[in-house]
Design a protein around this ligand. Structure first.
Ligand code: IPE
Ligand code: IPE
Ligand code: MG
Length: 226
């Protein structure tokens, strides 16, 4: 397989279309989420191989708490099981695993697992992989503004949940939807967007390569004149 000519520093994904992938096959929505985990692994492995330093995934939004309880429970169990299962792969590939979001809404068990995996993988130098879980852009801005005010500070950026992480260079959303859905509202200010009709469970290495090629053809000006 070809390799990308150049890679962005931080690629972020709005993984969408799991439910529709399952429905197309007459299966329950959770099957789409199961298959979606395979895509996450494929992207993780390709990112290490191609030298992408940060890869992040919108896995569950604050609004997603409003889904039927059975789906929410299924998703939370899947997250826990998957992060435990993928730990050896992360350790073996030098991947630092992190989670960003409103952690207070997660179960104590999930929070403990996240903290443990973050700690165990903290030495990973090849790739930082971030899962946005119980996250929304407005929540992030809100909590950052409060903490900034409490500290009597004037600069917002250090208080964002993403502090220390470079803004995404490329954001890829699958499943044909062309919206942000309350993802990183501040951090996406100058990010390049790629929208694809491919449903998340079908998004693998080849689709990733195509998106990176599309990114390489973009002319980023950051408001300046070239
Ligand atoms: C994305 O797939 C995963 C989550 C938002 C948790 P969806 O579950 O939104 O799938 P569709 O959009 O209904 O097909
Ligand atoms: C966005 O997908 C959130 C995640 C991928 C976690 P949704 O499926 O929740 O977004 P909408 O409802 O189509 O905007
Ligand atoms: Mg969706």
């Amino acid at each position: 397989m070809k390799v990308p000519s150049s890679v962005p520093g931080h690629v972020s994904f709005i993984m969408d279309g799991n439910g529709r992938w399952a429905a197309k096959r007459g299966k329950d929505r959770i099957n789409g989420h199961f298959e979606g985990v395979e895509s996450v692994r494929a992207i993780m492995e390709a990112s290490v191989e191609w030298g992408v330093k940060y890869v992040s995934f919108f896995a569950f939004s604050e609004e997603n708490w409003g889904r039927p309880e059975s789906e929410v429970e299924g998703l939370m169990k899947l997250m826990l099981d998957s992060m435990v299962k993928e730990l050896p792969l992360m350790l073996g590939n030098g991947i630092h695993f992190r989670v960003i979001g409103n952690m207070g809404r997660l179960s104590a068990r999930l929070r403990e697992a996240i903290e443990e995996i973050d700690r165990k993988t903290a030495g990973g130098k090849n790739l930082t992989m971030i899962l946005f879980l119980s996250y929304s852009g407005r929540w992030d801005l809100q909590q950052a503004a409060c903490r900034m005010a409490d500290a009597g500070a004037r600069e917002l950026e250090p208080y964002l949940a993403t502090a220390g992480i470079p803004d995404p260079d490329l954001m890829i959303r699958t499943s044909g939807e062309q919206r942000i859905s309350n993802y990183m509202l501040w951090q996406l200010a100058y990010t390049e967007f790629v929208f694809t009709d491919t449903l998340w469970p079908d998004f693998r290495k080849e689709e990733y390569l195509a998106a990176l090629e599309e990114f390489a053809s973009r002319d980023r000006r950051f408001g300046k004149v070239k």
